[in-house]
Design a protein around this ligand. Structure first.
Ligand SMILES: [Zn+2]
Ligand SMILES: [Zn+2]
Length: 223
C-alpha cells in the first residue's frame, strides 16, 4: 500500500512513515502515539515503553493501595472482634483512601487496557483515531507483525534508536535548530489552519534535488 511521505516546513525534514508534527512540542515526532497532557510531553518511538511502564505501574500501585487500606480495616475488624462498621469508624482515613484508590484505579486501568489492545494490534493512538473515520473493512494496519504477542514484543522490546535532536551540537550558521522559522510558531499555525494542517510537496519538479535539513549543508556547499 502507498505510504505518503510529507515534508515538514517547520522541521525542514521529510517525515518518515508514522512520523507526525506535534504542535505543542513544535517538532516532528517519530512513531508519534499522542501528546500526553499529563506528562506534558509527546509519547513516541523512544519513550513509548516508559509511558507504558508508567501506566502499568500506576494501575498496580492503585490496586496495592486499595488492597492495603481494605486489609487494614479487615485486620482491625478481625483482631478486635468488632463489627465491620465499627472497624471502619475507627479507621476512617484508611477507608477514605480505599474509596479514593478505587476511583483513582479506573483511569490508569482503562488506559492500560486500551494501550495493551492498541499495541497488540500494531497501532498507535493516533493511527487508531485516524482509522475510525473508515469502515472496519477499510482499516489497514501496515505495521502489524501478525499477532498480539509479536506486536507486544515489537513495541516493548524493540531497541531504542538514537535521538535525532542534537541539543549539545555546536552552533553553525544556518543551524536548523535556530532556523528562520523558529520562534514564528503563531504565523505557521495560521498558515496551517488554511490548508487543513497538511503540507504536501511534489518530489518531481522541485527546485533543488536535496530537500533535507538545511542545517546539514554548510554555506560553501549551498553556493
Ligand atoms: Zn515537523
Ligand atoms: Zn508533543
Amino acid at each position: 500500500m502507498d505510504v505518503p511521505v510529507k515534508y515538514c516546513k517547520t522541521c525542514n525534514i521529510w517525515r518518515p512513515p508514522r512520523c507526525y508534527h506535534c504542535r505543542v512540542c513544535d517538532n516532528c515526532v517519530d512513531t508519534l502515539d499522542h501528546h500526553c497532557v499529563w506528562i506534558n510531553n509527546c509519547v513516541g518511538r523512544r519513550n513509548y515503553r516508559y509511558f507504558f511502564t508508567f501506566v502499568s505501574t500506576a494501575t498496580i500501585a492503585s490496586l496495592l493501595l486499595a488492597g492495603a487500606t481494605l486489609g487494614q480495616v479487615i485486620a482491625y475488624h478481625n483482631q478486635r472482634h468488632i463489627t465491620l462498621a465499627e472497624a471502619i469508624n475507627k479507621n476512617r482515613v484508611p477507608f477514605a483512601v480505599f474509596i479514593y484508590s478505587l476511583l483513582g484505579f479506573m483511569y490508569p486501568l482503562s488506559l492500560w487496557v486500551y494501550h495493551l489492545l492498541l499495541t497488540g494490534k500494531g497501532e498507535t493512538t493516533r493511527e487508531y483515531l485516524a482509522s475510525r473515520r473508515f469502515p472496519p473493512a477499510e482499516r489497514h494496519r501496515p505495521f502489524t507483525q501478525g499477532n498480539f504477542i509479536k506486536n507486544w514484543i515489537a513495541v516493548l522490546a524493540r531497541p531504542k534508536p538514537p535521538t535525532y535532536l542534537r541539543f549539545k551540537k555546536q552552533y553553525e550558521e544556518g543551524d536548523q535548530r535556530f532556523g528562520p522559522r523558529r520562534g514564528q510558531r503563531q504565523t505557521k499555525l495560521d498558515g496551517e489552519a488554511q490548508n487543513g494542517g497538511m503540507e504536501m510537496k511534489p518530489v518531481q519538479g522541485a527546485q533543488s534535488a536535496f530537500e533535507g535539513p538545511t542545517g546539514r549543508i554548510s554555506k560553501k556547499e549551498a553556493r
